[in-house]
Design a binder for this molecule. Structure first.
Ligand code: FPP
Length: 245
């Protein structure tokens, strides 16, 4: 694939975050039910993980289930969570074989006990893998993650107000061991962040793909990276300052 050659000449982002959107609409357009879209969405997850590993992306954070998603019809929630946890458990060997580390962010305790158990087993078994780390955001709300970080800091009772800085907040987020994403992708043409990694994406490049998640593929991932590489990341500085470095 020509595009791989192109992007591997440039800087590959270490961490890519993805809002996987459009499963439901993709299925309805085909006269199928929403769950059919989620099942196709799972297939895309595996293709994208493989494509990311191929170019040595080190972290992928996937928005699998938001805290707001609890507002969906009960039967859809149940089926999504079953699909997620059974897929993860069934692919334990795949994760081990490919040195994929699985971690979760969000309030995993909100999930049904069996889902928690299956997911935690795989998180534990894959903890020493080092090819790529997949953070699955489950019952995740970024505002809530920040609130919890602030609560933790206050509870410790050992910081002066002058010691409260970006580093301290970052260290108390669930992503504390992971560099911030350089690139955030959202599929399905929607241009919103939807309470995802608000702190961590302060300087990320944003890429909005028109493709719905089941249609998203390696080629489109590499296009997003190509687009990212063409952009100039100034972190609030001027072009001249960046060029001097
Ligand atoms: C977005 O589509 C997808 C979700 C809300 C969650 C389900 C995600 C998966 C099943 C893929 C993740 C799988 C693994 C193994 C990590 P949507 O229902 O919001 O689509 P819509 O906007 O068209 O309604």
């Amino acid at each position: 694939m020509n595009i791989i050659k192109k992007i591997t000449n440039g800087i590959i982002p270490k961490h890519i975050a993805i809002i996987m959107d459009g499963n439901g609409r993709w299925a309805l357009e085909r006269g199928e039910n929403r769950f059919y879209g989620h099942k196709q969405g799972v297939k895309t997850v595996f293709k994208i993980v493989e494509a990311a590993m191929k170019i040595d992306v080190k972290y992928l954070t996937l928005f699998a289930f938001s805290r707001e998603n609890w507002g969906r019809p009960k039967h859809e929630i149940k089926k999504i969570l079953q699909l997620l946890s059974s897929t993860i458990k069934e692919n334990e060997k795949h994760f081990l074989r490919n040195k994929i580390k699985l971690k979760t962010i969000g309030n995993i305790n909100d999930l049904p006990t069996l889902s928690q158990k299956l997911i935690n087993q795989v998180v534990n078994k894959t903890k020493n893998n080092n090819k790529i780390t997949i953070y699955l955001a489950l019952s995740y709300s970024s505002k809530n993650e920040i609130i919890e970080a602030v609560k933790k800091i206050i509870k410790e009772k050992k910081y002066l107000d002058t010691e409260i800085d970006e580093e301290l907040i970052s260290q108390n987020l669930q992503t504390y061991k992971c560099p911030d994403p350089e690139l955030l992708i959202r599929t399905s043409g929607e241009k919103r962040i939807s309470n995802f990694l608000l702190w961590q994406i302060a300087y990320s490049e944003l890429y909005f793909s028109k493709k719905k998640w089941p249609d998203f593929d390696a080629e489109e991932l590499y296009m997003a990276i190509f687009e990212y590489q063409k952009r100039e990341r100034r972190f609030g500085k001027t072009t001249e300052q960046i060029e001097k470095k």
